[in-house]
Design a binder for this molecule. Structure first.
Ligand code: NAD
Length: 472
């Protein structure tokens, strides 16, 4: 792995943007404006320990682009959090939202802590204090900046954030929309937890459905029997693997930070997840070969490799040894730019992070809409639709003399639930964006999907600025 001190995710993202812009006719001043982070807020606050000692905690919130408001992006708790990383992740959010056509600017937040070293009380204190620092500077709010979970945070932290925000803003009727990824009881949305993994699944399914592209890789069409290695069995990795397995793919390797597991016959995802939760890792799991050297698992033969843990995992050091035909970037920034060049030369297809993990922000957008309207999706029309479909079936039965079975009636009549509507919106977003991005790749005769994705995103952002009359 490259020295973390030297590596700048933000520089990597900027280089890709420059490369994409070289295929476009975009004003250089406009390009400079798009690339920069508009606001960077770095702050420190004290944490009092139970024994009377203190620690100084470092936090960040970066708003990359205000071309659309609010800005949106997760909050990461990790000891690797630094300014360059948060800036890079914020920039990726801008391009991601533009690519999948979600009306947000990009942002990201982080706290430089290893959350596993803190107890629940300390994590709550840190999260609430971090939130109040954002409130003080107006770096959070349903119309300003809407965080979400990321590496090391989840719905629990989002609940603390909304509770803190409401305490400071008791008269704000839209306060619930200040953060997404909340628990359902705190006005979250059905399907948010698994949204990113579901999006990864849909994105990969679309990629492997195109015969011409699969022929070029020497792969068959469809997910059935595809051999997959996943890095990171956390939220995104687990749900991606679960949905891919359900669609007929075989998960043959899983790499975690404390050891990996390998089984060519396929690993049962539910089974290994239960084992991981109970044993804090895969050591001792009997239905596969345990591997101490977890990084080497990324270079094992497979059809699809899904890094779903952290950035900076496929670098100059291991890119040449990668044997996968497709890399699905479920994590943010898992392939460095140097490595990207090598992988493309090897003919590997990379489904870029800015597209592939956009399911999370897409469903976050639905959650935010639900919070602003203060009604859950499907609540108003569900019974109306059920009655309408019931009448329709009755009329068809009368006219044809045929009868529908109870199970057929159940499927047709039941009406869409919130989860049905969320999944439908997510699928529509991911499918449309994939074919748009791949279409631009072919039209411009570009090798890679990443450049094509950035072109689509840059075009949309540029139009926002140009329609304001700021740039020609
Ligand atoms: P998570 O904390 O739930 O899971 C991360 C997993 O990776 C954990 O199981 C952890 O043990 C494992 N891991 C850590 N270091 C590792 C290493 N060196 N090797 C192998 N495994 C390692 O986090 P998540 O929410 O699943 O996020 C994973 C990635 O997906 C991050 O890059 C995040 O930015 C990105 N992402 C997440 C979401 C979301 O909705 N959660 C949305 C978009 C992008």
């Amino acid at each position: 792995m490259k020295n973390m001190e030297e590596y700048s995710l933000f520089d990597d993202v900027s280089k890709v943007v420059d490369h994409a812009a070289s295929h476009m006719d975009i004003h250089p001043g406009l390009l400079d404006q798009i690339k920069q982070c508009n606001s960077v807020y770095k702050f420190n606050f004290p944490l009092r320990n139970g024994d009377g000692t203190y620690q100084v905690i470092e936090g960040f919130r970066v708003q990359h682009s205000h071309h659309k408001l609010p800005v949106k992006g997760g909050i990461r708790f990790s000891s690797f959090v630094n300014e360059e990383e948060v800036k890079g992740l914020a920039a990726l959010m801008t391009y991601k939202c533009a690519l999948v056509n979600i009306p947000y600017g990009g942002a990201k937040g982080g706290v430089t802590i290893d959350p596993t070293k803190y107890n629940t009380d300390q994590l709550e204190k840190i999260t609430r204090r971090y939130t109040s620092e954002l409130i003080k500077k107006k770096f959070i709010g349903p119309a300003i900046d809407v965080p979400a979970p990321d590496y090391g945070t989840g719905s629990r932290e989002m609940a603390w954030i909304v509770d803190t925000f409401e305490a400071f803003n008791p008269d704000a009727i839209n306060a619930k929309g200040c953060v997404t990824g909340k628990p359902l009881s705190q006005h979250g949305i059905e399907g948010r937890t698994e949204a990113t993994g579901m999006g990864v699944f849909i994105g990969i399914r679309e990629a492997v459905s195109i015969k011409e592209d699969m022929d070029a890789l020497g792969l068959t069409v469809g997910l059935a029997g595809k051999k997959i290695i996943v890095q990171g069995l956390g939220n995104v990795g687990y749900y991606s693997a679960k949905f891919l397995e359900e669609a007929g793919a075989k998960i043959i390797g899983i790499a975690e930070y404390n050891g990996g597991i390998w089984n060519e016959e396929g690993i049962d995802i539910e089974d290994i997840k239960r084992y991981q939760v109970a044993n804090k890792g895969f050591k001792g799991y009997s239905k596969g070969t345990f591997m101490e050297d977890t990084m080497s698992l990324l270079t094992y033969p497979c059809d699809i490799l899904i890094p779903a843990a952290l950035e900076n995992q496929i670098t100059l050091e291991n890119a040449n040894q990668i044997q996968a035909k497709i890399i699905g970037e479920a994590a943010n920034g898992p392939v460095t730019q140097d490595a990207d060049v090598i992988l493309l030369e090897k003919g590997i297809m990379i489904i870029p992070d800015m597209y592939l993990n956009a399911g999370g922000v897409t469903v976050s957008y639905f959650e935010w809409l639900k919070n602003l309207s203060r009604v859950s999706f499907g609540k108003l029309e569900k019974r109306y639709d059920m009655k309408k479909y019931d009448l329709l079936l009755e009329s068809i039965e009368k006219a044809t003399g045929d009868t529908f079975s109870e199970s057929q009636k159940e499927i047709i009549v039941r009406g869409a639930s919130e989860r049905d509507l969320v999944n439908s919106g997510l699928e529509e977003t991911m499918v449309t964006a994939y074919h748009h991005m791949n279409g631009v790749r072919k039209e411009k005769q570009i090798k890679d999907l990443r450049t094509a994705g950035f072109i689509v995103a840059l075009e949309r952002i540029a139009i926002s600025y140009m329609d304001l009359g700021i740039f020609p």
